[in-house]
Design a protein around this ligand. Structure first.
Ligand code: GLN
Length: 547
């Protein structure tokens, strides 16, 4: 294998939401499946230092890495496709770039020079791009540049790419440009002009695209590809069609059929071979040929937004394939659950997941739903805030602690069963100060979680400030809500399980971040299995009643 790391830049033109992240992840998958050690990086042109302070309405889910970086949700796709962990270095924002340059300036590192976008900001961008390459861990680094060419915010990034192509040589750094070929139904035609313009915009910054990936709702005829190649200054085989797919997991195969991996490797002067997608295709086969279906309710307050619970939805796809069923996820808005409608709204569901979240809005609905599933033996998985709500529900309705709450929601609650850790109390800065990243957890022998994980210790990723309040631990245990996962160093409760219930598990961490195509998360797999079991028993009961 080559001893210089090669770089592939993925830029976008015409509109946002073309799926750059999926194209980057699919290309990476194809390269990885040919034996190249590949990673993906996302550069985000906004001024926030990281997306941790953004609410899901702005930017979808905040994804968390092992090293505790709060990152763009595209990193979730990278991990799910590649099954290789990402880190802080895989996501860089303009805010972080400027923060670092300004800190250097304050330390006097620029020796009295005027600090400018070029070269100081562009140098910092170039350095960040090359960190992964210089680690020696990767043959190919794919860097996805957020936003669209022509945006004011994107300019320094495109300039950094232009410079890097000179520094590294054209065989070591190529540009894949993703654009849209719209179909005008009134004219009955596919239009190439927006693509021509976006390639031209890129060229105005001195960057010639090597490969065009064209998003389209209709097949691109050969003559249209020829025209694009001619006008956009690329080889004909470098015009790749990216047609709408029924699942994102089809995209690697679609890209391979179009020869994206081949054209990229040829441009990089690297050997091309047949990618080994056996495991990937086995997953696809199971995903597309389900033997049944299961209905799971996802209770949260951002349920109208597809991207807010991205990793949870993907984890259900992986767990569904593993169980050879389709998981139908039914979004239920916690704010609209009332004591009168809860039974009706949850009717027919085989399992309930209560989602992570922040703040008071919608929590009473979550608590009501948890009471219902606890009392009716319906499988339950609570994630982070979902786990905290399960603790509060149990405190209020079983321990009879009236008005028990988390101090996040009610500072003056008489029963703060969820509370801030001592070390969090003095924190005033909101960015990057939660309990973040991978923490070790020891599982209680014989518990459900110990069995389903099949090991004594696990590492899972966290993103929260509040914790199970250990001063109430004995009372909970005595009545059957058992801490079955603990962090040994801090004695923090990471998992609770309910005795005398078919499947009731709350986890303080986010299992969804670690579910990948190659490694469906055991907790999701077991939850789906328990929900299937519940469905089977329910059918049995109905049939018996009908006899
Ligand atoms: N708001 C809760 C906390 O900060 C839960 C966070 C979450 O669900 N990610 O502890």
């Amino acid at each position: 294998m080559s001893n210089t790391t090669k770089y592939v830049f993925v830029t976008g033109g015409v509109t946002s939401s073309l799926g750059k992240g999926i194209i980057a992840a699919s290309l990476a998958k194809l390269l990885q499946a040919q034996g190249y050690r590949t990673t993906i990086q996302k550069l985000d042109p906004y001024i926030n230092v990281d997306p941790g302070t953004l609410n899901p309405y702005e930017h979808g889910e905040c994804y968390v890495t092992d090293d505790g970086a709060e990152t763009d949700l595209d990193l979730g796709h990278y991990e799910r496709f590649l099954n290789v962990p990402t880190s802080q270095s895989n996501n860089v924002t303009t805010g972080r770039i400027y923060q670092s340059v300004i800190e250097k300036e304050r330390r006097g590192e620029f020796l009295g020079k005027t600090v400018q976008v070029i070269p100081h900001i562009t140098d910092e961008i170039k350095e960040r791009i090359q960190i992964l390459g210089k680690s020696g861990d990767y043959d190919i680094v794919i860097t996805e540049i957020g936003g669209t060419v022509g945006d004011i915010e994107s300019l320094p990034y495109i300039e950094a790419v232009r410079q890097l192509r000179w520094d590294l040589g054209r065989d070591n750094a190529i540009v894949v440009h993703l654009t849209l070929i719209p179909f005008l139904s009134a004219a009955g035609e596919l239009k190439t002009k927006p693509t021509q313009h976006s390639v031209k915009t890129l060229m105005e910054s001195g960057v010639q695209a090597d490969v065009l990936v064209c998003r389209t709702e209709h097949e691109l005829p050969e003559d249209l590809k020829r025209k694009l190649a001619l006008f956009c200054n690329v080889q004909e085989e470098a015009v790749i069609q990216s047609i709408d797919a029924s699942t994102i997991y089809d995209v690697p195969n679609l890209m391979q059929e179009q020869g994206l991996d081949k054209v990229v490797l040829e441009r990089l002067k690297l050997p091309v071979s047949e990618p080994d997608l056996t495991q990937w295709n086995n997953f696809l086969k199971r995903h597309k040929n389900p033997k049944g279906e299961v209905n799971i309710g996802l209770i949260g307050k951002y349920v109208e937004l597809q991207d807010s619970y991205k990793s949870i939805l993907e984890a259900f796809i992986h767990a569904g394939a593993e169980n050879e069923v389709t998981v139908n996820v039914h979004s239920i808005h916690s704010e609209f659950l009332t004591p009168n409608n809860v039974k009706n709204k949850l009717k027919g569901l085989d399992g309930i997941l209560v989602a992570p979240g922040f703040g008071e809005r919608g929590i009473e609905g979550k608590i009501m739903a948890i009471r219902y599933v606890r009392e009716n033996g319906i499988p339950f998985l609570g994630i982070c805030l979902g786990m905290q709500m399960a603790v509060i529900e149990f405190a209020r309705n079983v321990l009879q602690y009236k008005d028990a709450n988390s101090t996040e929601m009610n500072k003056d609650t008489p029963y703060p069963v969820i509370d801030l850790m001592e070390s969090q109390k003095s924190i005033t800065n909101m960015g990057g100060t939660m309990r973040l990243g991978a923490w070790e957890c020891t599982l209680k022998p014989g518990s459900k979680v110990a069995n389903l994980y099949g090991s004594e210790t696990i590492k899972e990723r966290h993103r929260h400030r509040y914790e199970f309040n250990n001063s109430y631990r004995k009372e909970f245990e005595a009545k059957g809500l058992i801490p079955t996962g603990l962090n040994e160093d801090t004695d923090l409760v990471e998992i609770v399980e309910l005795n005398n219930h078919p499947w009731f598990v709350g986890v303080q961490y986010h299992p969804e971040y670690k579910s990948t195509v190659a490694n469906p998360h055991p907790l999701f797999v077991a939850f789906v299995k328990a929900s299937l079991e519940y469905q089977k028993n329910k059918k049995g009961v109905t049939m018996a009643q009908n006899k």
